[in-house]
Design a binder for this molecule. Structure first.
Ligand code: HEM
Length: 507
């Protein structure tokens, strides 16, 4: 597979993080980390609300009291609130970039992508109203800039900017901002987050415990070392000169020094529209959806359990057979990953009696019958000692690059498409070893393929590798498209293992 420069750059960064963070690479948990930072923002926000005074004069002084007088609790809470907000923006933008660069935003995934865009428009204004509440000179700068932006939308009565002339701003206006920041915006955000993940099966919204603890400690350390502080109190009679901007949230305001408000809107709305249409630029060519064959389906529901896209549903049997259930594939949701085929216990190549191997569920573009034929052909083509058959995936390392006299690779739609019985079948028919190589560990393109396969091989998930298959002839190695070294080392490891087994067998 050709790897585009964007994907290659992301994978390189990911490799570096893999070395630094071992099993807890944050780049594999960006969505859940963003959720985690929101929990911190929520809890610290509730705490900060208690001493906060929602009036023009009270706001600034109550925040100053928290920051300086009660720095050890309220001050730390304020800093945690600030830094968790920045961290949430960083992980959210990286999450967006990752989904895009890894091509996880097209096809049926358009839904998660498109519902992600409004989150940008909710999180950034939430941060802006947060800065506003402090009512220091930065808040004043934001208030006048926001008024300029709102005045450019022809739906308000009169000029918003006049609200920010000396003596004009009122406590009532301040209460509105307080309501938005504390209740209105968070409630809408929670609803939008639910909408964003509702079509993702087995969705997880908490990062691994180690990563959560590590992130929290990092934020706490930052809060103690560099506490969040305010600028001077707002004074509408002067124009603030030097301000420390939070570039994660307030980056559009400096543009107003060069452009009109209308041009700034054009830019932000233009970028939003472009982002919304990205999943169709160009559209993904979908693989044919999985097809159910009721004659071979006993309604065990494992494909329904394993589908990462919720494309399979279970219903009462319609063909009069004794089984209680049958499964139905929704072609609009099916990405054609083939994980359901790996989950189907009737996708068993040992069913020799049948000329055409037909499982309960199959991929029309790459039926399991064809996989069995390719397995036999690959074994036949190998010569010499220690023949190793590698089952890889279309999103991982390119299998054709592995071909040598005694090594052959077969590329599946996803490593989760491999029925575990196929491993036993390959070993029984002349392969000395089998290497299963999906995407990088924890980074399956189809979210669960690599994990389900691993669990099936070690008998933690159905259908599992048969007990009579000698497990010592099989190893797994996750590998991305650029991980040549990892896959070569895995081949060397497996060959060494085969030599030892041979020596043991020969006494
Ligand atoms: C508030 C910010 C966000 C949070 C908390 C968040 C959270 C999540 C979570 C938890 C998942 C599920 C990941 C998994 O279990 O594999 C997810 C998936 C996804 N998100 Fe977000 N997200 C946010 C913003 C965005 C944005 C701005 C975009 C892009 C426009 C986006 C695009 C996606 C896509 C395409 C998926 C589907 C991934 C897949 O199917 O593998 N998200 N998000």
């Amino acid at each position: 597979m050709r790897v585009n420069p964007l994907r290659r750059a992301y994978i390189a960064g990911e490799s570096w993080f893999n070395l630094s963070f071992a099993g807890l690479n944050p780049l594999y948990h960006l969505g859940t980390l963003t959720f985690f930072f929101f929990w911190i923002i929520l809890i610290t926000g509730i705490y900060l609300f208690l001493p906060f005074k929602g009036s023009i004069d009270g706001a600034y002084h109550s925040v100053e009291w928290m920051t300086h007088k009660q720095w050890y609790v309220a001050g730390v809470m304020r800093s945690l609130h600030r830094y968790a907000s920045d961290a949430a923006i960083i992980t959210m933008l990286l999450h967006l970039f990752r989904e895009f660069s890894q091509d996880r935003h097209r096809g049926t995934r358009w839904y998660s992508w498109v519902t992600g865009i409004p989150l940008l428009w909710m999180v950034v204004p939430l941060g802006i109203t947060g800065y506003w509440l402090v009512w220091d000179q930065l808040a004043q700068y934001i208030a006048t800039g926001s008024a300029q932006l709102l005045d450019a939308i022809p739906i308000f009565f009169g000029s918003m900017a006049t609200n920010f002339l000396p003596g004009q701003i009122s406590d009532r206006f301040f209460t509105l901002i307080e309501f938005l920041h504390l209740l209105g915006q968070p409630l809408v955000l929670v609803f939008a987050l639910w909408f964003h993940v509702r079509r993702i099966s087995n969705v997880n919204i908490m990062p691994p415990r180690g990563l959560a603890i590590g992130s929290f400690i990092a934020l706490l350390a930052l809060s103690l070392l560099k506490p969040a502080i305010s600028h001077e109190q707002a004074d509408l009679g002067i124009v603030p000169q030097t301000l420390n901007l939070d570039w994660f949230y307030l980056n559009i305001y400096p543009l107003l020094d060069y452009w009109t408000a209308g041009e700034v809107w054009l830019l932000t709305v233009g970028i939003t529209v472009l982002l919304i249409f990205l999943p169709w630029l160009p559209p993904k060519r979908s693989k044919a959806a999985a097809v159910v064959d009721l004659d071979n389906c006993d309604g065990c529901k494992q494909c329904f359990e394993d589908c990462p896209y919720d494309a399979i549903t279970v219903q009462a049997r319609t063909d009069g057979k004794k089984h209680k259930h049958e499964v139905v594939v929704d072609p609009a949701l099916c990405t054609g990953c083939g994980i359901c085929v790996g989950a189907c216990h009737s996708a068993n190549p040992f069913r020799r009696a049948e000329k055409q191997l037909s499982p309960g569920i199959d991929m029309p573009g790459f039926p399991v019958h064809e996989l069995r034929s390719q397995t036999l052909a690959a074994i036949e083509a190998m010569k010499g000692e220690h023949k190793i058959l590698v089952y890889g995936c279309d999103h991982g390392y390119a299998m054709r690059q592995l071909h040598t006299d005694n090594t052959r690779g077969i590329s599946l739609y996803c490593s989760g498409m491999l029925p575990p019985t196929m491993i036993g079948y390959a070993l029984k028919n002349g392969a000395d070893g089998v290497l299963v190589s999906g995407c990088r560990t924890n980074d399956c393109y189809n979210r669960f393929g690599e994990r389900w396969t691993e669990m099936r091989i070690v008998s933690e998930r159905e259908p599992h590798l048969r007990a009579r298959v000698d497990h010592r002839h099989t190893i797994s190695q996750g590998a991305g498209p650029t991980d040549r070294r990892e896959i070569e080392q895995a081949l060397i490891r497996l060959r060494e293992k085969l030599v030892k087994l041979e020596q043991k067998a020969n006494g």
